[in-house]
Ligand binder design. Structure first.
Ligand code: GMT
Length: 373
């Protein structure tokens, strides 16, 4: 049995979701998990045996324009390692978590605790490579005892962008396929959707990187040829802009903004196509969840999604701005029931390769290896 500290962002997003699912899976296997963050991870909603939460107190003071969260996090990490006698700190998303863990390690004295950092995507492709973070991201990757990346793409990009020669392990995102599976429900459960509508779905935290405007453009073309609805799930900085775009395109009666939803399995069960045409995706966890519920995916060809989707079988990947090809592929899938059924079958088959029962043991093996070096 291991005692593991996990730090992640508690808010809606793939890195926090996978970190929390990992914690829950490890706890089920008898390991003791200590989440350390500023808030309760959004996926932890209930009582779980072997799981504990340690809240980072953020001290405000008139002198601080920006309270130094990363320092308070380091102190909390060091305290939890000592008080709970942790074996390992596993931090998700490099910034600032890997740097905070490095400091915690120094506070505790070298050798007391090992740190594993999991890189997820934008911490490398968008934020970590920004000049203001570049050196600290590179440093904290190099100083981690172990580093995992959620796809080969992310591993290669990290090596290239940060010129690190460090060995990094690829451990893909996972899904519990026994939980994420299609249920038989009416399409009418959500919003103004009719039973005979084809439903295109997108779920995210509405960041610019998701390129939701291109989903709307694709849908605009699709809706001219197929009786369909667009279901946009989530909330975030792009919401207002996308709402205005939908209004301008006169699509208000066909696009439904569902906000943040808990029951993703039901939403995916009424979906006929999932879209994720992001600028880039470290992996594309929401697409994997869609595949698991038999929903084919049209996504970006930049990033890890190409390792998730089997091109032409469970979905298609295109340049994020290639609205034309995406529209044609979407129309082909939505117009043809046989194609949809076949792709749905392939999608489920593909998702099973990323089942938690396959991937979680890879983390455990990696932990053992790092602890024994
Ligand atoms: O996609 C997001 O905006 C959330 C982001 C995060 O860090 O919370 O997700 C990233 O981590 C996920 C879990 O590993 C990956 O599946 C996503 O592909 C990745 N997002 C991006 O790279 C844009």
């Amino acid at each position: 049995m291991m005692k593991i500290g996990i730090t992640c962002y508690p808010t809606y997003g793939g890195s926090g979701a996978i970190a929390t699912e990992l914690g829950m899976e490890l706890a089920k296997r008898g390991h003791e998990i200590h989440f350390i963050s500023y808030d309760f991870p959004f996926k932890l909603n209930g009582f779980y045996e072997n799981i504990f939460f340690h809240q980072v107190e953020i001290m405000d003071y008139p002198l601080f324009k920006y309270p130094p969260y990363s320092l308070s996090l380091s102190v909390k990490m060091a305290e939890v390692v000592e008080n709970e006698n942790l074996d390992l700190l596993h931090v998700h998303y490099a910034i600032p978590h890997a740097a905070s863990a490095y400091l915690a390690k120094k506070i505790l004295g070298n050798g007391r605790i090992k740190v594993i950092t999991t890189l997820h995507g934008t911490d490398i492709t968008l934020v970590g490579n920004h000049q203001s973070f570049y050196k600290i991201t590179k440093f904290s990757i190099e100083e981690s005892d172990g580093v995992t990346c959620v796809s080969n793409y992310l591993k290669e990009t990290t090596s290239k962008v940060f010129e690190v020669s460090k060995e990094m392990e690829v451990i893909y995102n996972f899904v519990d396929t026994s939980k994420y599976k299609k249920v038989n429900i009416s399409k009418k459960i959500i919003g103004p959707i009719d039973e005979d509508d084809m439903v295109i779905t997108h779920i995210s935290n509405f960041r610019p990187v998701k390129k939701i405007d291109n989903i709307v453009k694709v849908f605009c073309r699709v809706s001219e040829e197929v009786k369909s609805k667009l279901l946009l799930v989530g909330d975030g900085p792009e919401l207002c802009r996308i709402r205005s775009m939908v209004k301008e395109l006169n699509l208000e009666d066909k696009v439904f903004f569902a906000g943040i939803q808990q029951d993703i399995i039901s939403i995916l069960s009424i979906s006929d196509l999932y879209m994720l045409p992001s600028e880039s995706e470290g992996f594309g966890l929401s697409a994997l969840e869609a595949l698991s519920c038999e929903v084919p995916v049209i996504g970006t060809n930049i990033g890890g999604l190409k390792e998730v989707i089997e091109e032409g079988k469970s979905g298609y990947t295109f340049d994020p701005d290639d609205v034309d090809s995406m529209s044609k592929a979407a129309i082909r899938i939505l117009k043809n029931k046989k194609v949809r059924m076949e792709m749905g079958f392939e999608a489920r088959k593909r998702a099973k390769l990323f089942d938690s029962r396959i991937i979680v043991p890879q983390y455990l093996d990696y932990y053992e290896r790092i602890l024994n070096t």
